[in-house]
Design a protein around this ligand. Structure first.
Ligand code: AMP
Ligand code: MG
Length: 490
């Protein structure tokens, strides 16, 4: 890797692009060199200047659409489509980037490495029957939600730009085509390992595991059993990630194994949405008829997906199959206590509990039970509890009894009321992407080419923990109708 000095001297000439290609060094089975398909009339809809800057890119030189549409390639790009597989709603399928192209890995001024991927960039050898395209609404939706997640402090892929293509795409009617530029620690998925395992060549699996270790788990690479340490590391990060989702009411919507990133980032924002009224059975995705990916099932599904990862890794865990299975099982069983600990720690933060008592879980559960019974808004309930006078939140005797119990619990810890409030305000967002506000922003952008609504929403979502000067009430209130449906990333 060149020194930061030599990199910065060439950066000024190239808008700051500094692309490397470590993934392309993997065996050929993992990728196909493939160009994005040019589009008729690329037009920049939104550019994430803060993100561009943190990537070492000069936003002023990015202010045109051709790099983000695939019509032009940034200097040093080596476009490719990645091969992967995945369990989709429980069924195994061979997949791959059917509408995405990896341009390369941007090395930031701090030396970090990020995939730069175009999503909606045309057909690839993995497109099956798909057109390789994306439409404006869902790409802007990914932009909004991923940036909201980032501001909430939750590991996630990010969105650098959205362009329209000047072409119409056939979905439910004809819709404006668009391309999203996605930035990710990597696009290595549980499904990438399933793909390697399905090919049945241990050399492929090992090359992928070594690449993943180097890139995301350098400490595990030096462990006595690096592949077991990789499995444990991925389990740890996913347990932490899913706990964070649960703490803010994020519902991914399509937790297929191809949508679970080994980096520990949230990836692939399709039919995702934030829960409003608290109910573990909440599902938004129009295709999730069984509620497989409901809010309350996300931890279980994560563990199920991790079991598929462990299965794929078996040949690397131990040459004796029974021993490998035992190691994998022990690691997967370990997910539950790790997840529960992360969840409990975050929930303690949400209630300002700075010490630990054996009864804390029951205190938390009892609040959640009341919230479910009364269909209380998840975000606004915790927000109200984070302010003085929270007993006036509800006159319901059940709530008041709970509130009394909580207040007594708070008196049994040494911290001041101010310290409690401060910790609560760091754990309880004020602003989440409310479903009706997201829809309002998308409608304005798609139907009226008005981006002002979306930009105002993004500004609110960029400061989700602003309790003292909260955004206007219209961003905070629950959506008028509880019957919200989201559609797969089409
Ligand atoms: P997703 O549900 O977005 O995670 O995508 C699942 C698989 O379907 C991935 O392999 C995608 O590349 C592929 N796919 C989704 N939409 C399209 C499309 N319009 N054209 C081609 N492939 C697609
Ligand atoms: Mg996907």
């Amino acid at each position: 890797m060149p020194s930061p000095e030599s990199a910065s001297s060439t950066r000024s000439l190239t808008a700051g692009w500094h692309l490397e290609h470590s993934y392309a060094q993997l065996p050929e089975a993992f990728h196909v060199a493939f160009q994005p398909t040019p589009v008729r009339q690329p037009k920049l809809v939104i550019l994430n200047r803060a993100l561009a800057e943190s990537l070492g890119l000069d936003a002023a030189q990015l202010d045109h659409a051709s790099w983000f549409s695939g019509n032009d390639l940034p200097p040093g790009a080596q476009p490719l489509a990645q091969a992967y597989a995945g369990h989709q709603f429980g069924n195994f399928t061979m997949l791959g980037d059917g509408r995405a192209i990896l341009l390369g890995e941007q090395i930031t001024p701090k030396g970090q490495r990020f995939d730069i991927q175009l999503k909606g960039s045309g057909q690839t050898p993995f497109s099956r029957r798909g057109d390789g395209r994306a439409t404006l609404g869902p790409m802007l939706r990914e932009y909004i939600i991923s940036e909201a997640m980032h501001a909430l402090g939750i590991p996630t892929t990010r969105s650098l730009a959205v362009v329209t293509t000047g072409e119409l795409v056939r979905r439910d009617g004809m819709l404006p085509g668009a391309v999203l530029t996605r930035v990710a620690a990597s696009h290595i998925r549980v499904g990438t390992f399933e793909y390697a395992a399905a090919r049945g060549e241990q050399a492929l699996l090992q090359a992928l595991a070594d690449h993943t270790l180097q890139r995301h788990y350098p400490d595990a690479a030096n462990a006595a059993q690096p592949y077991l340490a990789l499995l444990q590391g991925v389990i740890e990060r996913q347990a932490a990630l899913i706990a964070r989702w649960q703490h803010v009411g994020f519902i991914h919507g399509v937790m297929n194994t191809d949508n679970m990133a080994l980096s520990g980032e949230t990836i692939d924002y399709g039919p995702c949405a934030f829960m409003e009224a608290y109910d573990p059975a909440t599902v938004f995705s129009s295709i999730d008829h069984q509620g497989r990916y409901a809010y309350g099932r996300q931890p279980f599904i994560a563990q199920w997906n991790l079991a598929r990862f462990a299965e794929a890794l078996l040949p690397l865990l131990d040459p004796v199959e029974e021993k490998a299975v035992e190691l994998a099982n022990d690691a997967i069983i370990g997910f539950e206590p790790i997840y529960k600990q992360h969840w409990l720690t975050g929930m303690r933060g949400k209630l300002g509990l700075l010490t630990e008592e054996g009864d804390d879980l029951s205190l938390i559960d009892s609040l959640l039970k009341w919230m479910q019974e009364t269909q209380a808004d998840f975000t606004n309930t915790f927000r109200a509890l984070s302010s003085p006078g929270s007993a006036s939140l509800s006159a319901d005797p059940d709530f008041l009894a709970w509130h009394q119990r909580w207040q007594e619990r708070l008196t049994r810890q040494p911290q001041t009321a101010e310290a409690v409030q401060e910790i609560m305000r760091c754990h309880n967002p004020v602003a989440i992407p409310r479903n009706h506000k997201v829809e309002e922003a998308l409608t304005a952008a798609v139907e009226r080419e008005d981006l002002g609504v979306l930009e105002r929403l993004l500004a609110v979502l960029a400061q989700p923990y602003e309790h003292v000067q909260p955004p206007p009430e219209e961003y905070l209130a629950g959506s008028p109708s509880g019957d919200y449906q989201t559609f797969c990333g089409t």
